[in-house]
Ligand binder design. Sequence first.
Ligand SMILES: Nc1ncnc2c1ncn2[C@@H]1O[C@H](COP(=O)(O)OP(=O)(O)OP(=O)(O)O)[C@@H](O)[C@H]1O
Ligand SMILES: Nc1ncnc2c1ncn2[C@@H]1O[C@H](COP(=O)(O)OP(=O)(O)OP(=O)(O)O)[C@@H](O)[C@H]1O
Ligand SMILES: [Mg+2]
Ligand SMILES: [Mg+2]
Lengths: 252, 252
Amino acid sequence: MPLRTAIANQKGGVGKTTTAMNLAAVLAIGGRRTLLIDFDPQGNATTGLGLPKDPARGTMAAVRGVVDGVLSPTPVEKLQVLASCPDLVEAEGLLSRKEGRERVRAALDTIGADFDEVLLDCPPSMGGITRAALGWVDRVVVPIQCEFFAMEGLTQILSVIEQVRTGENPRLELAGVVLTMFDPRLPFHQEVLENLRAHLKEKVCRTIIPRDVALAEAASHGVPVVDYDCLSLGAYGYLELGKELARHGGEA
Amino acid sequence: MPLRTAIANQKGGVGKTTTAMNLAAVLAIGGRRTLLIDFDPQGNATTGLGLPKDPARGTMAAVRGVVDGVLSPTPVEKLQVLASCPDLVEAEGLLSRKEGRERVRAALDTIGADFDEVLLDCPPSMGGITRAALGWVDRVVVPIQCEFFAMEGLTQILSVIEQVRTGENPRLELAGVVLTMFDPRLPFHQEVLENLRAHLKEKVCRTIIPRDVALAEAASHGVPVVDYDCLSLGAYGYLELGKELARHGGEA
Ligand SMILES: Nc1ncnc2c1ncn2[C@@H]1O[C@H](COP(=O)(O)OP(=O)(O)OP(=O)(O)O)[C@@H](O)[C@H]1O
Ligand SMILES: Nc1ncnc2c1ncn2[C@@H]1O[C@H](COP(=O)(O)OP(=O)(O)OP(=O)(O)O)[C@@H](O)[C@H]1O
Ligand SMILES: [Mg+2]
Ligand SMILES: [Mg+2]
């Protein structure tokens, strides 16, 4: 049974995809057989790893219950991807209904069985797709920027996680809130960090991901940051986050 | 009849809310009676202007067809807001159906009648809410960051605009694509800008909004940037954008 982790936050542009892609790459390089599921109709994790979008394979096929021939290899040996495509926007409606959620979970159980880790990149909303993902995983990582609007949405995502935990998925836990695009020169970033640590205590990941243009550039080259510039601050950040989260989860 | 403008892009975190709030403030300060509609369940435009979220008034009331007592005043004299609340997430489903869209449009026709300008802040998705907004407005402004993932989504939003124009709303036009969080020190920001200008020509706004922490700080104080620090680059950027878009639109 793989360890399943959703990367979710309804606030847009907080670094969900960047975290999902680079964490998946770090886990795979560390020897874990890793599956990255791109559950976002935008498909940024798919193109961020240089893969094409194809409606016949990938996540939309799994939503329809298909389990064979759906995976795509990546430039990283132990990393495979369940790719997105624009049709995935139809999944919002399909997964709002119970039978839709049951079908995709059965498919993901089969597709994910041979992996050690499964990561799911979620869209910026709290609709059917994100809730279906939260209903299937063991834990959730919430990337967040040190900005007012992002902080505002935090209570919302934490309460949805609690709802899913007391409802459909009792084993769901918050693995941690990870600060992204952190700029230590900005006083209000420091203030927000202190504020967050005071409220959420050990639920705030010790690893902080700094703002580093190498992360954006790597994505435009279709490779994870550890392949693009392994000496960058961004690469170091995600290597550290991989180690920190490995201790959290059920290390096989 | 007011000039109606949607601020939309399904990519998250590109500056939709920051653009909607600050453009609305600039138009109001310039003498236009301005209504800002917060169509995003996250409600960042509502709190960004220091307003409370209230399920009994605001956009969710309009979605249910209510037109009286729904507006909130703001610190800016000629600016009023149709506030968001978390219940607005229910509107995604309601507005995917034709009768839901017709009801909210009739309500917005009445609510917006006494204004010169109406701006709509959209959520980061291409679902029912954004499509209903595009079906009602005269023009759309697409904020975009100079980043790979944001560029990728541009073709998607431009094709949805075209679909709505040839379908439900023949008068819909693209007022412009506006670059936000621009950092002239980053070579790939310059490259993306040149690339965008080559493809979209005059549809790329001449005004570019620079990365300026004053914009994020103003939001955390619940005021538009022109009130927070009128000498900031962010304030200057939105004043210029207001002028540029005024030339575009049907100046009363
Ligand atoms: N630490 C970082 N330093 C610099 N740029 C970053 C960093 N993390 C992410 N980015 C860039 O910021 C933008 C937003 O990040 P990303 O797309 O990963 O966020 P997201 O939460 O997945 O967005 P969405 O809500 O649209 O799914 C991207 O262009 C990405 O390349
Ligand atoms: N020009 C800018 N300079 C610096 N920070 C900015 C700028 N524009 C926006 N921001 C900040 O970046 C973050 C994202 O902007 P904003 O929330 O306006 O984007 P959005 O597209 O509305 O996001 P969502 O997709 O979640 O609705 C916010 O924290 C905001 O304060
Ligand atoms: Mg993403
Ligand atoms: Mg917004």
